[in-house]
Design a protein around this ligand. Structure first.
Ligand code: CO
Length: 307
């Protein structure tokens, strides 16, 4: 019998007892000017939902909108080359795709992977006492908005670009080796959204160590200038009821918590006795690792901000 499994970032379809198909899709308008890097970021972002459940990507299909005749075709070639480079780095192949003519370029991928349902990591396994780790800093929404507004240059946000290009592959491999309680990836709903969804799915609360939240260079400066993108405002409004302790929290950190991320890191819950091992193995694989919280008994979905 095939069965749908809820509580994960991607769509998961059980093929048999030891194999499930994992699918996800994402695409967006350019977040950086460099077309190759845009392609890389879009691919790393699309693949991220597969890594969040511990799946191995196998195939990817390109989704392209492009203003033919308005922009140089070479730009499109570079976008696709960047995407293909990341897909190959993930161990998968680009198996085809579809393109349409559009006023504004858009690019992304539909990605497919495989996972052993018994080893799959979901969002619903957090246990009180688990340590919460994040594998990339926050602030890409603030920074790409500043880039679009020509307040910062690509050189200014090079650390964040490198972070967005980075696959969550090594982080996912370490997470499977060590054995963790739960995982999600931080993307459009921001830290606040994805963390509260994971807490909700696990019927627990999460205490957030606000002062330990990592931010990319210049992200907090941009928040201070009020350059908060619309998506981040929406995240804050939508998930605000889940927050406790926000009265004593620096408003800039509330902006960071709500910031919509592109190709963000994994948010991993791990048993306290395995936390050190996870940190060590992530560091050995050159994956950034930040301890940003701890699972508390409840209320379900609650994020308790500790400053
Ligand atoms: Co996700």
């Amino acid at each position: 019998m095939s069965q749908e499994i809820p509580f994960a970032d991607a769509a998961i379809y059980r093929l048999n007892d030891s194999l499930a198909l994992v699918q996800s899709v994402d695409f967006f308008t350019p977040v950086v000017d460099d077309p190759y890097k845009y392609g890389q970021i879009a691919a790393a972002n699309a693949l991220s939902d597969l890594f969040a459940v511990g799946a191995r990507p196998i195939t990817a299909l390109n989704l392209v909108s492009f203003p033919v005749g308005c922009l140089d075709a070479d730009i499109l070639v570079k976008i696709l080359q960047g995407g293909a480079e990341r897909v190959h780095a993930a161990g998968a192949v680009v198996a085809g795709g579809h393109s349409i003519e559009d006023d504004e370029p858009k690019y992304g991928l539909s990605v497919t992977g495989l996972v052993d349902p018994g080893k799959m990591v979901t969002t619903c396994g957090c246990q009180p006492g688990d340590q919460i780790y994040l594998t990339k800093p926050l602030g890409t929404g603030l920074l790409t908005t500043a880039l679009k507004g020509e307040i910062l240059t690509e050189a200014d946000i090079s650390v964040a670009i490198k972070g967005m290009v980075m696959l969550n592959k090594a982080a996912a491999e370490v997470m499977l080796e060590v054995g963790v309680s739960a995982c999600t990836d931080i993307t459009g709903f921001g830290f606040i959204g994805h963390a509260s969804e994971m807490a909700e799915a696990s019927r627990v609360g999460i205490k957030i160590f606000v002062n330990d939240l990592p931010a990319y260079p210049h992200a907090l400066e941009m928040a201070e200038m009020g350059l908060v993108p619309a998506g981040s405002h929406r995240n804050r409004e939508f998930y605000f009821h889940n927050l406790a302790g926000h009265e004593s929290c620096d408003p800039l950190y509330l902006d960071l918590l709500s910031d919509a991320q592109t190709s963000g890191g994994l948010l991993i819950a791990v048993a306290k006795e395995k936390a050190e091992l996870l940190e060590q193995r992530l560091t050995d694989r050159a994956v950034p690792v930040y301890r940003v919280g701890e699972v508390i008994p409840g209320p379900a979905g609650r994020l308790l901000l500790e400053t």
